[in-house]
Design a protein around this ligand. Structure first.
Ligand SMILES: [Fe+2]
Length: 297
């Protein structure tokens, strides 16, 4: 490892949860249990925590009966140590961003942390020592991890600058100047992705399943219940994962169920040079046969 690598200021570790306001809390709980494989752990009339593995929760649903469709309000990322957390707080302050408190329901689930608003207004919560369960859920068909959010933004440059220069995410790959994949310290190819768009929204959340077999079982469940499959099986050029996306806007953004998202080695983490790929569907899904095959995304 080079001197530069060992002295690099570190970013967050990895994604832990998203907080999503939903119009019908009970219906969204049922959707996430059946279609994503999450386990309900705690809820009342106002909120629900659902988990994928041992981490306390992957999704926090918040009842928002005034909404017609869901809206994702926050994402939570764990941080490896107090030292990194303090450094991130310093970077946020130095860049002129307001340091906010964690949401009340999260305060008791972590040791220390703070929140910051990204340029789009999305709350990013950063914390150490997210509580965990002794055992994973005793459910066979479930995700192993929440891997990343994918953000569409009308402030692409500003948002890229915020996540890289302020929060320390590292670019893994670019597709033209319209999409960038950013990694954090858990070394997934991307723990965050940004897409240039006309408006801001959380476009999808990616869950990693245990196997391709489980991805296909999730797909079969979506087909059986006639939940729209927003984008069917793709073989991702960037992360090398195979995935599909289901989407019922009442219950959240698109949920991507994937198998085999690429994880960098510790050496690759420090030395990987981000590829600059052309804007071509084959640079998103290597199974696309031609440069004009955009229709099925
Ligand atoms: Fe994704």
């Amino acid at each position: 490892m080079t001197t530069e690598a060992t002295t690099r200021r570190r970013g967050p570790y990895g994604m832990e949860y998203a907080r999503i306001e939903v119009p019908d809390l009970a219906a969204s709980i049922e959707f996430l249990q059946y279609h994503v494989g999450l386990q309900l752990e705690q809820h009342d009339e106002e909120y629900a925590f659902l988990r994928a593995d041992i981490e306390h929760h992957s999704i926090e649903l918040v009842a928002a009966p005034h909404r017609e469709v869901s809206w994702t309000t926050a994402v939570g990322f764990s941080v490896e140590s107090d030292a990194v957390l303090d450094d991130l707080r310093e970077r946020v302050t130095d860049a002129g961003h307001e340091v906010l408190e964690l949401a009340d329901r999260v305060k008791g689930l972590v040791q220390r942390g703070f929140a910051v608003r990204d340029p789009n207004g999305l709350i990013v919560e950063l914390f150490t020592e997210f509580v965990e369960y002794a055992e994973p859920p005793l459910v066979e068909l479930r995700p192993l991890d929440l891997v990343h959010p994918f953000l569409a933004t009308d402030k692409y440059e500003e948002t890229l600058d915020f996540y890289t220069r302020v929060l320390g995410f590292l670019p893994s790959d670019y597709v033209g100047d319209v999409t960038v994949f950013l990694r954090s310290e858990d070394r997934y190819h991307h723990s965050l992705a940004l897409q240039r768009n006309k408006e801001f929204y959380v476009a999808h959340l990616c869950f990693m399943m245990k196997s391709f077999d489980h991805v296909m079982r999730g797909r079969a469940r979506a087909q059986y219940k006639q939940v729209p499959i927003a984008s069917d099986l793709v073989n991702h050029s960037a992360s090398t994962s195979i995935a599909f996306y289901l989407h019922d806007p009442k219950h959240g953004p698109r949920y991507e169920l994937c198998d085999r998202h690429r994880v960098f080695t510790p050496e690759e983490q420090e030395t990987h040079r981000a590829r600059r790929m052309a804007v071509d569907p084959r640079n998103i899904d290597v199974w696309r046969p031609a440069a004009d095959d955009w229709g099925r995304f």
